[in-house]
Write a protein that binds this ligand. Structure first.
Ligand code: ADP
Length: 236
């Protein structure tokens, strides 16, 4: 019944003629909250690109549910300075998440406007709809990008180092928003992060990567494993 949204079986990903990530077996089901952790250079971004379908596996099989094949994945990329300065209104940025739904239609219809409005309401940014995106605070920008990602799909939200550059208060607010979307709205979350201490209390599952999978399982059991203790201890 709970068909995985995404499933990897012994998957390898790499570049040119070498593999960076090897033998990954994992899945994301509806309502999951999985965090991928690991040191710099351990292959997290490479795995993420693979899961987004941007890199072809060099081995193993990766399967996407029909829903993800149809709607795609709601992706929140790391923000570059150019994206932070994007000269558009909040509503335009959120609506751009609907682009994949347009098909051959040249303009947004009522359906896309309504979806954008619903997602702005969900993220508490409807009052900012006519504001210029680049004038917003870091936390508000994150909310706009999440609303945008949810316009593509509310099945799976993929976040790459989402708290980079956020202050501690905004970070907590961000986790609160994601937790609410996950627990109350049933949005599955896949997050690559360095922020292991917060992750442990938020996520349902952890995948610790170092070229290959060192741990994949429940978040609460992670701290009792050798790699969990070492990683958590090393960050303190
Ligand atoms: P992480 O996200 O954990 O820091 P990455 O997936 O970015 O790790 O990098 C893992 C390894 O893959 C590194 O050795 C890096 O040099 C290599 N790598 C990353 N991107 C590319 C690329 N586009 N082409 C070739 N090698 C790459």
């Amino acid at each position: 019944m709970n068909e995985p949204l995404l499933k990897c079986e012994h998957v390898d990903f790499g570049y040119e003629n070498y593999d960076v990530v090897r033998d990954v077996t994992m899945e994301i089901v509806c309502g999951d909250y999985l965090c991928i952790v690991g040191a710099n250079g351990s292959g997290k971004s490479t795995l993420m690109k693979g899961l987004l379908g941007l890199l072809k596996p060099t081995g193993g099989t990766i399967t996407f549910s029909e829903e993800l094949k149809r709607a795609g994945i709601g992706y929140l990329p790391q923000q570059t300075p150019a994206q932070r300065d994007f000269p558009a209104t909040v509503r335009e940025v959120v609506l751009s998440g609907c682009l994949g739904r347009l098909g051959l239609r040249p303009f947004y219809s009522q359906r896309e406007w309504t979806l954008a409005k619903t997602n702005m309401e969900k993220l508490g940014i409807l009052a900012l709809k006519d504001a210029c995106y680049r004038e917003l605070s870091g936390g508000q920008k994150q909310r706009v990008l999440i609303a945008r990602a949810l316009c593509a799909t509310d099945s799976l939200l993929v976040l790459d180092e989402p708290i980079t550059g956020l202050d501690p208060e905004t970070t907590q607010d961000f986790y609160h928003v994601i937790r609410h979307l996950n627990r109350a709205e049933g949005v599955a979350v896949l997050m690559v992060t360095h922020d292991i201490h917060n992750v442990i209390s938020q996520a349902k599952k952890v995948l610790h990567l170092n070229q290959t999978v060192l741990y994949y399982g429940p978040a609460e059991a992670y701290r009792d494993t050798a790699c969990g203790r070492e990683f958590l201890g090393g960050e303190e």
